[in-house]
Design a protein around this ligand. Sequence first.
Ligand code: SAM
Length: 255
Amino acid sequence: MVSRLLILLYALVSYALFTVSFLYALGFVGNYVVPNSIDKSIDVGSTATLNEAIILNLLLMGLFAVQHSVMARPAFKRWSAQFLAPACQRSTYVLLSSLILILLFWQWRPIPTVIWRTDGPAAFLLTSVHWLGWLIAFASTHMIDHFDLFGVRQAFVAWRGAKIPGQSFRTPLLYKIVRHPIMLGFLLAFWATPVMTLGHLLFALANTAYILVALQFEERDLIAEFGATYQDYRRRVPMLLPRLFARRQTKGAPR
Ligand SMILES: C[S@@+](CC[C@H](N)C(=O)[O-])C[C@H]1O[C@@H](n2cnc3c(N)ncnc32)[C@H](O)[C@@H]1O
């Protein structure tokens, strides 16, 4: 009973830390109100030489990418099951991801050279798309199962003494338009900015490359888990870019 309560507490603390790091990410990427005492965002903070900034920033993003991808693989989950209860596996993943994000926010070195700067309607449009991206990403977590993604459900189920159910496959709402709306949301939030600096461009480019590679691994696991169901979904629904026009029905094709 005590250990189940501790697991629940651990899951709630991990989720709280994720919430803080996600909220800080909004301020970090968009250069919005980050606390004056911290004064750190993608374009604000202590500077370094160009080479130092590129290397350090790439290392920080690389650390996040490796942790995020390695810990998500079924082989890693099987291995870590030797010393981590299934009920706290996802929370540990969330906790470490959040800690690495906080390290990234803290140690990030801005590169302030401006690549593009807009104002007026163009700036308004880019800012709107930026916020739409965050909204899509956050809403999409609720479409598949927000509390399962962040490890809270598993801890609650274990606390009640029930068996943790396996992963379920869902395709509601935005998942009918693209297979990866959370990642699409992130891409919009990272690229749509009224002022693009070299540091921000490095962040957007590296994360785009990471997302494209990570999705290959994720889909390979989804095919292994859901087989023909996921293969069929892959044929019907595009990966990241919505089809603007439905394909014309071929003449004589069965309806
Ligand atoms: C961070 S989420 C990203 C989901 C998806 N790639 C996206 O961008 O919307 C990763 C987790 O979602 C799961 N997942 C991806 N597509 C799913 C779906 N259609 N239904 C249920 N789980 C899904 C993956 O197995 C993985 O555990």
